[in-house]
Design a protein around this ligand. Sequence first.
Ligand code: SAM
Length: 398
Amino acid sequence: MSNNVKKELRFEFGANWQSYLDHNLSPERIDQARQHLLSFIGREDLRGLRILDIGSGSGIHSMAAFQAGAAEIVSFDYDAESVMATERMHAMCQSPENWLVMQGSVLDPEFMKSLGQFDLVYAWGVLHHTGAVWSAIDLASTCVKTGGLMYIALYDSDWSAESPEFWYDIKQRYTASSAIVRRMYEAWYVARFFLQYNPFRLAYLLKYVREYKKKRGMDFYHDVKDWLGGWPMEYTRIYEVVPFLQGKGMRLLHTKTGDLITEYLFSSRQKCDGLSIFLEMDIPMKINWEVISIREHNDFSILDSTKPVFIYGAGKGGSLVKYALDKMHIKTDAFITTSQSGMHDGLTVLSLDQFMVKNIVNAQIIIASTSFDSISFGLVSRGIIKFFNAYPYVLSRL
Ligand SMILES: C[S@@+](CC[C@H](N)C(=O)[O-])C[C@H]1O[C@@H](n2cnc3c(N)ncnc32)[C@H](O)[C@@H]1O
């Protein structure tokens, strides 16, 4: 490194994972991690599979894969302390020879090539922390065998009410701060986003913290630090990730949005025996999505008030969007829901099939629902690739 190049700002993920192992690891959490992994890929065990755990962090998910009977596991992480944490988990399993723990980077093409091909490539909450998310996704996909699976989880900006820039700024400030300032950021984050500055929400917070281990065996406080510190970080959107990996010959089997992060299960090529349960809808192999995210009130001004407007979602989110449009003197023609028709807020609610039959030219569809992932797939499977996603707008106002 030249003397002119500044040391890059990077959160100490590994130290946080070591602390998690010291304070929170339990058989119950390992069980949760295993159940989450297996249920997302729709299997009862991992027998006979060669598994790659990219950015293994604490190592709990590699251990979960080992306990689920994987034939071979390769775990690696860029951070030396994460590697040490994973080695601790490896040692707890009597250092099995079919589980290899290494230090390496998903961004290193030679290293990735040397690992060979896998039945399951797992990279949960990792690729967006590399500083080059698209290269990381690309290189991770090269390790998937034909017919193999790729299970990745990425921060999705459409699951955030605040702009990406807001969080990029917080994360850099937190990572560059002293321990005491970091504690202040943590207190602010919990007070603002969990308590909403309302002491009466304390009981809700305590229950949430107690039950947090159900989320893949994780721990609330360590995840707060991981979230606030997690730098480098880049957001992606489902509308970018799916076409990108389809372009690499991957087929989307399953997604799950929520809690900032979107989980994806892809298979390489079309064929993936026993996984047809996930193919709930016919997603075309080439999607050229054109989706505009709406976060702020003014973002609605991008709509053309001379063209018909439909709000997808006839719940609280739909009402909020209609109210915003009313204030801007933009007329809403009707609501759409996936299957139920009727009335909402004085307007007709069309099922998606009824909407399609009407064949409306130039319709502008605005999604106002938490299920924006499945709604988007429903639209694209009917040939609609251009629409608006107002879920980020709805999120901060509900
Ligand atoms: C948020 S943690 C996730 C850990 C684990 N996958 C989990 O789900 O608990 C992200 C991990 O990715 C690792 N990481 C960041 N950049 C990486 C890279 N280029 N190659 C491999 N791992 C990387 C970090 O060191 C960290 O341990």
